[in-house]
Design a protein around this ligand. Sequence first.
Ligand code: GAL
Length: 351
Amino acid sequence: MCLALCVSGVQAVQKNGEVWYDTVGHAVNAHGGGVLAHGGKYYLYGEHKVYGRAGNKAHVGVHIYSSDDLERWTDEGIALKVEDKPGHDIEDGCVLERPKILFCDKTGKFVMFFHLELKGQGYSAARVGIAVADKATGPYRFLRSLRPNAGQWPMNVPEGERVEETKAKYMTAGKKAKLWGAHFDGGQMSRDMTLFKDDDGKAWHIFSSEDNSTLHIAELTDDYLDYTGRWWRAAELDWTEAAAVCKKDGWYFLIGSGCTGWKPNTARCYRAKSITGPWERLGNPCKGVNPANGLGPDLTWGGQSNYILKKDDGEYVAMFDIWKPDNQIDSRLVWLPIDFNADGTISIEWK
Ligand code: GAL
């Protein structure tokens, strides 16, 4: 961009949609991740991609970088490594996407959640993986993977709707029925995801569920390593992926994409007075055109939302990925400041 993140007097080194370089001149390799602000430093982390279509699977792990200014990134190596062991949940060749890291004040640990698809099973496993570390840069120790909230009904559906619908019924209803009941016993499907830490220290896992048709907002335990069992459905049947959340002046904002795989679509945004909803639909917050590909707000400049960082100076930065599914190592980052408008909406303008 000239990130609007420039330290005064210092020329911006990273430009939106171009290759970003670390402090020793290697291309930054961290996609679908986010940035953790901790102890006066920033930590950029994301999926380490390899060349070609092989980059659509995880062969290395989660890469992490550190910076004082969000511009110059020092390579801190692979924070969470995939495993060689056949049958391991995060075996080389699994799908490990959208890692997110929070610092837990109560335990002093760094907790990572990510979308996990088991090796050889396409996107059918729909699980979340959890890992933990003593330092922001890792190493992260893989703890387990699961489908969240088995045996728990959503908080925001009435008693009468707490029924176990079958997958078959869901399919014949033209994807219009409610699917959570079918996954009551085994746990809810969990694909694209983010984590959000609120002002009160409580952490939330927000993920695309019910075959990506509906978001689930799940409360985590005080150590961020498990679920309390309290969860809410949101953006029902909107088919929202790539959720990213922030809070400003008592309002929660959620940005997401539609559901078209690696291909860009129109972004959408919601706001709510409580993280658990109800969420009001605000439409597409994006503006302007990416001159490199000629794509505008209807296709999110060629990108897909990823994370919202609240900087130490109070500015909010929305982060996007421009995916290159034929060569994911060449996927690009786009970081733009969020404008909070007087009418309670938000805008994100290409720069
Ligand atoms: C996207 C999703 C990515 C990845 C991709 C696979 O919609 O946001 O994280 O899962 O689909 O096709």
